[in-house]
Design a protein around this ligand. Structure first.
Ligand code: ATP
Ligand code: MG
Length: 415
């Protein structure tokens, strides 16, 4: 039945020495431990498995005891949720006690620990996320997850409306997992329920939304899925503003091997600097993320009003002033728009900086150079350096010693 699922890759999980060792120690004497969730799903899809989560009949105390008896280190990463991280020969595994939801409120459920793998599977979100694998190689599938995985379909476990009302974040997760794992259109029942329950997203914390949104933006079918989100009235709410699909599409085409969530967000949602500020508040972005969006917006504004085509010399200056990362992001997003006009040589030059073949020029003067020549410490130093920097940029960011010396002399002559 599951001819396009990779059962060999699934079983080869059990041959990973550290994982096998963990499962051997955590099975037996009346207890059972299995590999669950994303690792099983991804192995069956033949995708790389980087994180392995396990479920166990044991409670955290018993896990810690067994781990230490076997010489494994354990860290109580989420002990109140029943999770500890066990480190076997340097490799960490999250091991979680089986759980049952006893109370839900649209956000985070109150859980009890149990001993039933079926109940634990049924409280998970999607059928493809509820598979588990035993140490003996047995695949457990209580929700028809393998069939959905084979059909590349993301489907809620049970009634989609009810499952969303338990935790509205599942709407975001529905689109995120669809974008990453599904083929074709979103599951009709899931889509309809998500639309009908949309209002519930408002009770979630911004951090949880941000986490899922940023993951969605780098998923394989992000572009198509964002179109679905737009078509169902989600996107304006999620971004608190407009979306630029053209730029997002170009960004996604150019960074496919190494997508960076924040640049994808920039391409999609940042048109002016105010957008960066609004995104920070709306999604509780970190300072670093906000800085990147703001830098993107400033460079974008500069380039959109540029009349001259961008050539290799202009790239040298821009890379120096704005950094390779920001410049690459903006050019990926606006490349192909009527302005700025980007020369082929400009792209080649950018590629040389990106690959590190050409070093990004570093401004050669320091305050100390001016002090050494008798300029007293104080605000004047900063002013002179700023002037020198502008002159240096305009003259092509030369980094040889003679040019630096010449620049210093010219600045001193102005004092
Ligand atoms: P990824 O590789 O993207 O991390 P994952 O399957 O590990 O995929 P996580 O978001 O890390 O996804 O969640 C781990 C597992 O926990 C999921 O596979 C799912 O079974 C369950 N899960 C996580 N969040 C929820 C939720 N809000 N509601 C129900 N189940 C959830
Ligand atoms: Mg995970």
């Amino acid at each position: 039945m599951s001819q396009n699922l990779d059962h060999k890759a699934l079983l080869s999980l059990l041959e990973r020495p550290q994982l096998r060792r963990l499962l051997e120690v955590f099975n037996g004497h009346g207890e059972e431990t299995r590999i669950v969730g994303g690792a099983v799903r991804n192995a069956l899809l033949g995708r790389p498995v980087t994180e392995v989560d396990c479920n166990t009949t044991m409670l955290p105390e018993a896990m810690v005891k067994r781990a230490s008896a076997a010489g494994f280190k354990s860290v109580p990463t989420g002990i109140e949720h029943g999770t500890i991280t066990v480190i076997v020969d340097g490799e960490p595994f999250e091991v979680t006690a089986l759980r049952v939801d006893v109370e839900t409120n649209g956000r985070q459920a109150v859980v009890h620990f149990g001993r039933d793998f079926v109940l634990d599977a049924k409280r998970r979100d999607f059928t493809i996320n509820a598979l588990s694998l035993g140490l003996d190689g047995q695949l457990y599938d209580y929700t028809d997850g393998a069939a959905d995985l084979q059909a590349r379909r993301v489907r809620f476990i049970g009634n989609a409306h009810a499952r969303i009302r338990e935790d509205y974040l599942r709407i975001m997760r529905f689109f995120r997992f669809h974008a990453e794992y599904a083929e074709g259109a979103p599951d009709a029942a899931g889509l309809a329920a998500s639309g009908a329950e949309r209002h519930g997203l408002a009770i979630l914390s911004k951090e949880r939304i941000r986490h899922e949104l940023l993951r969605l933006l780098v998923a394989r079918r992000a572009e198509e899925t964002l179109q679905v989100l737009a078509g169902h009235g989600f996107l304006t709410w999620l971004l608190a503003g407009a979306a630029e699909f053209g730029r997002f599409g170009r960004m996604a085409a150019s960074d496919r091997d190494r997508p960076v969530p924040i640049w994808r967000l920039a391409a999609l949602a940042v048109m002016v600097e105010q957008d960066a500020d609004r995104m920070r508040a709306h999604l509780r972005l970190s300072n670093d993320e906000h800085k990147k969006l703001a830098a993107y917006a400033r460079l974008l504004a500069g380039l959109k009003t540029r009349v001259l085509p961008l050539d290799a010399i202009a790239i040298r200056r821009l890379v120096t002033e704005h950094g390779v990362e920001t410049l690459s992001a903006v050019l990926a997003a606006v490349g192909g728009e009527p302005s700025p006009v980007v020369d082929r040589r400009a792209f080649e030059a950018l590629e040389r900086y990106r690959s590190g073949r050409d070093p990004v020029p570093v401004f050669p003067l320091r305050g100390a150079d001016l002090v050494a020549r008798g300029i007293p410490k104080g605000p004047r130093i900063g002013e002179l350096l700023a002037k020198a920097y502008q002159a240096w940029l305009a003259e092509g960011c030369r980094t040889d010693e003679a040019s630096a010396k010449d620049l210093l002399e010219r600045m001193l002559a102005q004092v």
